[in-house]
Design a protein around this ligand. Sequence first.
Ligand SMILES: Nc1ncnc2c1ncn2[C@@H]1O[C@H](COP(=O)(O)OP(=O)(O)OP(=O)(O)O)[C@@H](O)[C@H]1O
Ligand SMILES: [Mg+2]
Length: 277
Amino acid sequence: MNIAADTPVIETRALRKVYAEGTQAEVVALAGVDLRILPGEFVAIMGPSGSGKSTLMNLIGCLDTPTSGQYLCGGIDVATLDREQLAALRRDRIGFVFQGFNLLPRMSAEDNVAMPLGYARVPPPERRRLAQAALAEVGLAARASHRPSELSGGQQQRVAIARALINRPALLLADEPTGALDSKTGEEILALFKRLRDDGHTVVLITHDVEVAAHADRTCVMRDGELHEAEEPLSADPLSASAAASERPAMDGRAGPSASGSGRATNGGEAHQAPTR
Ligand SMILES: Nc1ncnc2c1ncn2[C@@H]1O[C@H](COP(=O)(O)OP(=O)(O)OP(=O)(O)O)[C@@H](O)[C@H]1O
Ligand SMILES: [Mg+2]
């Protein structure tokens, strides 16, 4: 599927997600999110714990369905796709780095990384070659035969990143991909993401770290289920970045900037009811 340069890779319209709707445990995790991301953009999403970041990411990654609202992935309304078409979209276009890694415990690092290629029917020798190359890219060539339990947290995170990259997905979604990494490894992973962006891939990254967000072209801030564009790009300058980092708790708790970002211009009125789980 080729997407014209001006068709958003991601366009959500009034996207809502309510967990346990109508019960005492009801949580409005997304309160109507309008987000537009164009091909080749590198976007960071920040915001306090529980503000809805992973919920949004799961919807963008077609791993969950909204309560209401619309999500167009590369111009296609995903609510119109059947299960097989959705699975194909995920397999062919989206790489997902989960917040909790989601590695299969009984498989080696190499087999974990190669897994998406199995679904894509790539022959085994080619799978092995690509998986080894992807592991080398994240600095883990020497650990290919280790199981997740034999790897450190940061190494497991890098295996998860290698797995997400193996198909060279047009859209890479990463939920706290550098959270468990030391700063040097984190920088290397960010450099890898930037190379992908420079090759025309779209990267969306959730992070709590202002310095990580400073590498992105654009930052959005999630607060109580609402998404706002950050008022100005975060600086990559080390001095101001560390100053910003020291203010992180304040930033997390602050009320949102004005909702004047480009993403807010979409017409939520067009939203239609999507299937709910
Ligand atoms: N499956 C679920 N059932 C019920 N409530 C849920 C479920 N998943 C998430 N929630 C709730 O929805 C809200 C948003 O959760 P989400 O995981 O999106 O937050 P987050 O911004 O990713 O937080 P963190 O930074 O801690 O990862 C939270 O209040 C959470 O408790
Ligand atoms: Mg989360």
